[in-house]
Design a protein around this ligand. Structure first.
Ligand code: CTP
Length: 403
């Protein structure tokens, strides 16, 4: 999935021949799953029509401070537009627009919006080769980069003037690749490795029967997706579930029993920065697994159980640099029991589920959790989707690295 998926992109178009390429650019943004709004300078409308761009972006195109159309007379709020955006890109950025951006020369909606933007701003210059090399253009590039804006350099090739050289706006595909690479490098968990356990474990009674539980695995999978969206590489050790995930950043290690999960976790643990145990591991397993299917004979039948290894506690016992997060599912004395688990398992944070909360627990799309950290700070959260709970958990991870 592209890092642009779900991003709100504000595309500013200024008046150069390369403006015709913005139709393809908008299409590629939409294809990547982004939401797009377009703001145009008056001159750019000679090169590409607002109708084309509004059709492709599925949004009205903005170009003046107010709409003349009587039925729909409305001031175009440049501040609202700028604050809506997760990122702004000015493409093509002509020498004139670049100079106005540097000097705050705010005589059109595009510049007013640019000056109001708090998000990352990119600009893709397009002009003739001599204009591109002119000291005033170079000074604009330098000033804008000093403001924190990012240049998407022009490419070399045939120019509209008939001359050949540097100044052609980067092709839409190159702009997309540039933005994806740049946004990925800014992700807060880029370079971090996270081990996550998910789902139930099955403990075999005989070749066809097992002891298991109703865990769907959704919480652990949502945490994995949220971590990957923040740039982390994820090892997802998963018990048997119907959940699936598609991400180049998530490696799924399928396991069945608690013993297999234990081994997989210990294989990767030394190398990770964070471990999150969201699996519902069986606490007991049959002492002996029958090698053949057990036939029904006696009226009563007893299976002797033995404890499985506590994976989370074993990770806590050898913890070095890792930020270790566990879950606790409690039905009574929730806070006290969770605090004991923090100590017993040497955790940094526990995510407490209380079965007394409506909407929390196995097989539900929502969860209501309370965070308790190792200093026993308690933070009850609202009932949320499991995806939103996953984001909250990852915010705790980000806070660990940056606060
Ligand atoms: N856990 C684990 N290995 C086990 C059992 C539990 O890694 N064999 C982890 C779970 O993934 C969860 C945490 O430990 O993150 C808490 O599990 P929970 O079942 O609530 O607690 P237990 O320690 O098993 O204690 P109890 O069942 O008595 O509440």
């Amino acid at each position: 999935m592209s890092v642009l998926n779900g991003k709100k992109i504000l595309l500013g178009i200024s008046g150069g021949i390369a403006a015709y390429k913005t139709a393809s650019l908008v299409r590629l943004f939409i294809k990547a799953g982004a939401h797009v709004q377009v703001v145009m300078t008056p001159a750019s409308k000679d090169f590409v029509t607002p109708l084309t761009l509004s059709t492709l972006s599925k949004n009205p195109v903005h170009s003046t401070f107010y709409n003349n159309d009587e039925e729909n007379e409305k001031w175009n709020n440049h501040v609202e537009l700028a604050l809506w955006a997760d990122l702004m890109i000015i493409a093509p950025a002509t020498a004139n627009t670049l100079s106005k951006m540097v000097n705050g020369n705010c005589d059109n909606l595009l510049i007013a919006t640019y000056l109001s933007a708090k998000c990352p701003v990119y600009f893709a210059p397009a002009m003739d080769l001599d204009m591109y090399k002119h000291p005033s253009t170079i000074a604009s590039f330098e000033a804008l980069q000093q403001f924190g804006n990012t240049i998407i350099p022009a490419e070399s090739g045939e120019l509209a003037s008939g001359l050949s050289g540097e100044g052609r706006m980067a092709e839409p595909e190159s702009i997309i690749s540039f933005l994806e690479a740049d946004l990925e490098s800014r992700l807060p968990l880029k370079g971090k490795k996270i081990l996550i356990t998910a789902g139930p474990t099955y403990e075999a009674i005989d070749p066809v029967r097992f002891i298991g539980n109703h865990s769907s695995g959704k919480m652990g999978y949502d945490i994995a997706v949220s971590a990957a969206n923040l740039g982390a590489s994820v090892i997802l050790v998963s018990g048997p579930t119907n959940c699936t995930v598609q991400s180049s950043l998530i490696e799924v290690i399928p396991v069945v029993s608690a013993e297999e999960m234990y081994k997989a976790c210990h294989e990767y643990y030394a190398d990770v920065d964070v471990a999150i145990a969201a699996a519902a591991v069986a606490d007991y397993r049959p002492k002996i697994m029958a090698s053949q299917k057990i036939k029904k004979a006696a009226e009563e039948f007893t299976i002797e159980l033995e404890k499985t290894k506590d994976i989370l506690a074993s990770l806590g016992a050898i913890k070095k640099k890792q930020f270790l997060i566990g879950f606790a599912l409690e039905t009574e004395n929730e806070i006290e029991n969770a605090k004991l688990k923090i100590q017993k398992k040497n955790l940094d944070l526990i995510v407490l589920n209380s079965l007394q909360d409506i909407g929390a627990g196995f097989g539900k799309p929502t969860n209501k959790v309370t965070f308790i950290d190792k200093f026993f700070n308690i933070e009850p959260m609202d009932l949320k989707s499991k995806e939103a709970v996953a984001d909250d958990i990852l915010n705790k991870v980000i806070a660990f690295f940056y606060e």
